[in-house]
Design a protein around this ligand. Structure first.
Ligand code: PMV
Length: 315
């Protein structure tokens, strides 16, 4: 039996659009921060007497076509026919607004690498995770992680700065409990096919990524967060312009974005908003400003996350 842990990641420059949906190859480069605090723990145990993979999510036996497809790829790669018992649990409620697929497939990849004796390099491991869910490739490494378009062998998440050197913090507001009504994969595809802004998104996302790398190199952290807010809003603009429109936001989403912008303006605090394919708002800030930021948002309920490490085997 092999057991691994992984953390979700939050994209500062978003992955939005694929060139290949079987292998989750991205149309744009992206950049994310792996988060501590929230953890997925996954164990994999090969069993010769099973006729299908048994998947337990938070203790409940479930059917999960994405995990089944992933396990078939693992078996193919390992030249194995045996099925496995997979147990995965998250320490974070869905109300925290994080998709568990990134941390889930990162932890599952690391556990499978050991249990199936795949002997994968870190890059190969990150490619495997990407097959499960695109953003999972960025949860294999810790700290700030980049992911660039390419082919199924050379498009993977890689660390550009370890967690200990990233002075950023994230407040993840619990402003929505409703499950989203359209998956990110479906939404990306709809945008690609119907939004007149998709082409502009792809072009400017590449510019944003290059600019982000240069801001990180020059330690211009606040400018990086401003760029991240703009990038997230641009991504949502592509959804609003799809036909039919995809609107993940709820009234509370807009209220929080406005509150963040107001506090930034009035109190001169470095607080910026980002939103993924859902209604939850995450606030980006600098670690050094946390006491003031916490005071400014004392009326909100949130999970505080700091930069986290990559996926790893645990005993
Ligand atoms: O990995 P997926 O298919 O869940 O897509 C994630 C897409 C966003 O969260 C909206 C952006 C990102 O880069 O994480």
């Amino acid at each position: 039996m092999a057991q691994a842990i992984a953390h979700p990641n939050l994209a500062l420059i978003k992955y939005w659009g694929k060139t290949d949906s079987h292998y989750n190859l991205p149309a744009t480069p992206s950049l994310s921060l792996t988060l501590n605090q929230l953890v997925t723990t996954t164990s994999v145990e090969l069993k010769s007497d099973l006729t299908y993979d048994q998947i337990f999510l938070n203790g409940k036996l479930v059917k999960d076509p994405k995990i089944e497809k992933f396990m078939n790829q693992v078996r193919f790669q390992a030249n194995q026919t045996a099925y496995a018992v997979i147990k995965t649990k998250n320490n974070f409620p869905t109300a925290a607004g994080y998709a568990s697929s990134a941390s889930g497939f990162a932890a599952l990849s690391v556990a499978c690498n050991q249990e199936f004796q795949l002997g994968l390099s870190p890059q190969e491991l990150a490619c495997l995770a990407r097959n499960g869910s695109g953003s999972a490739t960025r949860s294999v490494a810790g700290g700030l992680v980049a992911w660039q378009p390419g082919n199924r062998k050379n498009s993977f998440g890689y660390q550009i700065l370890p967690a200990s050197e990233v002075p950023l913090a994230v407040l993840s507001f619990k402003n929505n409990r409703k499950p989203k009504n359209i998956s990110s994969s479906k939404a990306m595809e709809a945008v690609r096919l119907t939004s007149p802004y998709y082409e502009a998104w792809v072009k400017t996302a590449t510019d944003d990524f290059q600019q982000a790398l240069s801001l990180i190199k020059n330690k211009k952290w606040q400018a990086l967060l401003a760029l991240a807010e703009n990038n997230a809003l641009k991504m949502h603009a592509t959804m609003l312009s799809a036909q039919p429109a995809i609107i993940y936001w709820e009234p509370q989403t807009l209220k929080l974005i406005k509150q963040i912008q107001q506090i930034r303006h009035d109190q001169k605090l470095p607080v910026y908003a980002t939103i993924d394919a859902g209604a939850n708002v995450k606030l980006l800030t600098l670690k050094t400003q946390l006491p003031l930021v916490k005071e400014a948002f004392h009326d909100q309920s949130y999970v505080l996350c700091l930069p986290g490490k990559g996926a790893e085997i645990i005993d």
